[in-house]
Structure formats: structure tokens, C-alpha cells
Write a protein that binds this ligand. Structure first.
Ligand SMILES: *Cc1c(COP(=O)(O)O)cnc(C)c1O
Length: 222
């Protein structure tokens, strides 16, 4: 068995059946993705729209493509025809533009609202007050071609396990608190990467985004 297939199998053996594994393939060649695909993997994550479009065009059409990176609103139109789930909706302008491009493509696009949980200040996302305001105003429901499926968050990049635990717990608490407000489709909590997914699972994640633990280290970080 190839390394990639082996790594996938090892990670999948740690996941309950209700957890979705998104294999993060950014910067990796199509051959690596095909290898994971041949081992049964169908969910892949990319953080650059153009790279995801190129891969979508040349790889099997039953792959579910996840946009996990920061979303530039002028690029949404390129992924709107096919993207499976946009994790990085980190401001209302993104919701608005996804709605517009989804309507043009006659589809409803699933999204996650990215929440700022890291104690470090560089990460994107809504904070709790902004989310509560979005709910209370009812504006979220006016984006009729967008379906809000849940929340996404990234913990601080640190060796401090307690801090990571704390940040994931904060997101889980928020998820539970607001889950009723966004309707029945709100069921996805995307948290956990190669370095911290076991902690995320313990905290209640049901979608993990794992790259280097499957495909090996990236040459450059995109
Ligand atoms: C790159 C990336 C990942 C995967 O990172 P690994 O450490 O390689 O598992 C997960 N989530 C986001 C948002 C990323 O950009």
C-alpha cells in the first residue's frame, strides 16, 4: 500500500463514522490526490481558488471540493459552479457574494461561518458578537442561495495543548449555543488539522481538515 493510502487508513481508524475527513491537498500534485481517491477518499480541501479549479477540471468529477482558505470575493465566481463547502466565510460580504454567484449558477452553496477563536490576532473570522448580531437581525436568512451548515475555526499555532483545548471548547460551546438559530441544516463543526485533530475530536469536532499527516510536509506553505 502507498504511503498516502496508509496514512489515510490510519487517520480514518481514529475517526467515528460521523466525522468527515477533508484531505487537504493544497500545493500537492494531482497524482497524490488520485492516489488518495483510489484509496476511497472523496473530500479534498484547497485554499486557493485557481488551484482548486485546475484540479477540479482534471480530476474525477465525484470529488467533493472544500474551500478552506481565506475567500477573496472576486474569485467566488470561479468556484461557484462546483464547490461543495466553503469553510472560510469570515465576513458578511462573503455570504452576500456567495449568494449572488450561487443564484447565477442556479444552486444553493453550503458554507461554514469561520469564527475567530485563536488568542493570537492574525486569524480571520467572525467573533461571537458579530454572529449573534447576524442571527438577531435575521439577515442570514435573506441569503436564499446560501445554506449555513455550521462553524469553522482554527486554534492558535502553539505547543500549549491546554490553550488549544480551551479554544476548541470555546467554539464548541458557541456552536451548541447558536445551532438552533440557523435551522436544521446547521450540523457541521469543522475544527482540527494534522497537529491538533485528536484534541479537536475530543472537543466535539465532526469535520477535520488534515493535510501533511496524509500527504507529507508541504514544500512551501501556501
Ligand atoms: C493547510 C490547512 C489545513 C491543513 O494543515 P495540516 O497542518 O497540513 O494538516 C487545515 N486547515 C486550513 C484552513 C489550512 O489552511
Amino acid at each position: 500500500m502507498s504511503n498516502i493510502a496508509n496514512n489515510l487508513q490510519n487517520i480514518l481508524s481514529e475517526l467515528n463514522s460521523d466525522v468527515t475527513l477533508v484531505a487537504v491537498s493544497k500545493t500537492k500534485p494531482n497524482a497524490d490526490i488520485q492516489e488518495a481517491y483510489d484509496a476511497g477518499q472523496r473530500h479534498f480541501g484547497e485554499n486557493k481558488v485557481q488551484e482548486m479549479v485546475d484540479k477540479w477540471e482534471s480530476l474525477p468529477k465525484d470529488i467533493h471540493w472544500h474551500m478552506i482558505g481565506h475567500v477573496q470575493t472576486n474569485k467566488i465566481k470561479y468556484m461557484a459552479p462546483f464547490v461543495h463547502l466553503i469553510h472560510g466565510c469570515d465576513r458578511e460580504k462573503v455570504l452576500k457574494m456567495v449568494n449572488k454567484e450561487a443564484a447565477k449558477n442556479d444552486r444553493t452553496i453550503d458554507v461554514l461561518l469561520q469564527v475567530h477563536i485563536a488568542e493570537e490576532s492574525s486569524k480571520f473570522g467572525f467573533d461571537e458578537a458579530e454572529l449573534l448580531e447576524l442571527i438577531e437581525s435575521g439577515r442570514w436568512s435573506e441569503y436564499e442561495n446560501v445554506r449555513i451548515r455550521g462553524l469553522m475555526g482554527m486554534a492558535t499555532f502553539t505547543d500549549d495543548q491546554d490553550q488549544i483545548k480551551r479554544e476548541f471548547a470555546t467554539l464548541k460551546t458557541l456552536f451548541d449555543k447558536i445551532s438552533k438559530s440557523f435551522g436544521d441544516a446547521f450540523d457541521t463543526l469543522s475544527m482540527g488539522m494534522s497537529g491538533d485533530y485528536p484534541i479537536a475530536l475530543e472537543a466535539g469536532s465532526n469535520m477535520v481538515r488534515v493535510g501533511s499527516a496524509i500527504f507529507g510536509a508541504r514544500n512551501y506553505d501556501a
